[in-house]
Ligand binder design. Structure first.
Ligand code: ATP
Ligand code: MG
Length: 326
């Protein structure tokens, strides 16, 4: 069970009920521009160490907010989450919102960028105002959508104004709130925007150490996993370099197949790993072989798992050993 740290602190205790006034809407379509949710999480995510430290410090600063403010220091008011798809950026925003006992207000910038930029600007301004007036965590998802927009000459002015609004928004965000932005394409963002955020958190693809507990977590009450032995490591190595989304899709497809075809889950996973590797290019299989060798698997076993010839694995092991001795 995950604890909601801040609920114990009276000054920051969440006020349930009506979160705020009316949600901002698009004037033409009458669609709501944001989603607003009280997040409840019953499972602790598995964060990479560096991400964990940064996220925890944002929470801790809120716990000690009165202390900080008394000394004239503001807690982190804004953070930019950067990383490839499916590595936990949105989940981290949900987690923070839960830990802080604040509703999560999300605006997906990609979906509010309408063809008429003037209207987009008004929509974004409305959401920002709503976020500032509501004690909440505001997430601007797909933050690069503004930067991606290639305006024609008539739009350049409006686009510039929009970026200026965003810059001022980050600068002036109230300490009572938390402004988060997430992007897969940090390279598209104006460096001036980058600099404005109090913190930049980079989400890496999960490492083997994170993948193992993540896979175990996907099996929850299913204790067959305890008898998997070496297979949990093999899976974590074979799925190295994949995002959390890809890993959970892989595992959940196997679970479905196991139920429908009444086959033991481990048997399905084994054959899925074999098939995944058989259909991967040789360079990837060699990397997996190398990682398996480094994890202590025998050459025979590595050849079996990766469908590489024994000789290839042996040569690889020798090269690897030589490189390490050099
Ligand atoms: N650290 C983690 N621990 C457990 N599950 C995770 C973790 N990170 C991501 N997941 C799971 O992986 C999936 C994708 O995560 P999320 O939506 O947060 O990715 P994202 O980085 O926001 O991707 P995108 O850039 O595509 O929006 C979700 O189902 C989420 O629950
Ligand atoms: Mg996301």
């Amino acid at each position: 069970m995950v604890t909601n740290l801040l609920a114990q602190f009276s000054s920051t205790k969440p006020v349930r009920g009506n979160v705020a006034g009316v949600l901002p809407i698009d004037m033409d379509s009458r669609m709501e521009l944001v989603s607003n949710e009280w997040v409840v999480m019953d499972k602790e995510p598995t964060w990479p160490t560096a991400v964990n430290e940064l996220l925890l410090s944002i929470v801790q600063e809120r716990v000690h907010m009165d202390n900080l403010l008394q000394r004239g220091i503001e807690p982190t008011k804004s953070a930019l989450f950067v990383g490839p798809p499916g590595v936990g950026k949105t989940l981290a925003a949900r987690w923070l919102s839960f830990k802080l006992g604040r509703p999560l207000v999300t605006m997906d910038l990609a979906s509010v960028m309408s063809s008429y930029l003037g209207r987009t600007g008004n929509n974004i301004r409305a959401v920002i105002q709503y976020g500032q007036e509501t004690p909440s965590v505001l997430l601007l998802d797909e933050f690069d959508a503004v930067a991606k927009r290639r305006g024609d000459d008539s739009e350049v002015g409006e686009l510039k104004r929009l970026v200026t609004v965003l810059l001022q928004t980050i600068d002036r965000w109230p300490a009572t709130g938390l402004l988060l932005a997430a992007t897969n394409h940090p390279d598209l963002l104006d460096p001036a925007i980058w600099r404005r955020f109090d913190r930049i958190i980079e989400f890496p693809v999960p490492s083997r150490e994170v993948i193992e507990p993540f896979i175990k977590g996907l099996f929850d009450a299913d204790d067959t996993i305890n008898s998997w032995g070496e297979w949990i490591s093999i899976l974590a190595i074979a799925l190295g370099g994949s995002s959390f989304s890809d890993i959970s899709r892989f595992v959940n497809n196997a679970r479905r197949e196991s139920v429908i075809n009444e086959r033991p889950i481990l048997e399905v996973l084994e054959s899925d790993v074999h098939s995944l590797l058989r259909h991967s290019d040789k360079a990837l299989r060699l990397t997996v072989a190398q990682n398996l060798l480094q994890a202590g698997f025998s050459q025979r076993r590595v050849a079996q798992i990766t469908s590489l010839a024994r000789d290839t694995v042996r040569r690889h092991a020798i090269n690897d050993a030589q490189e390490r001795n050099e």
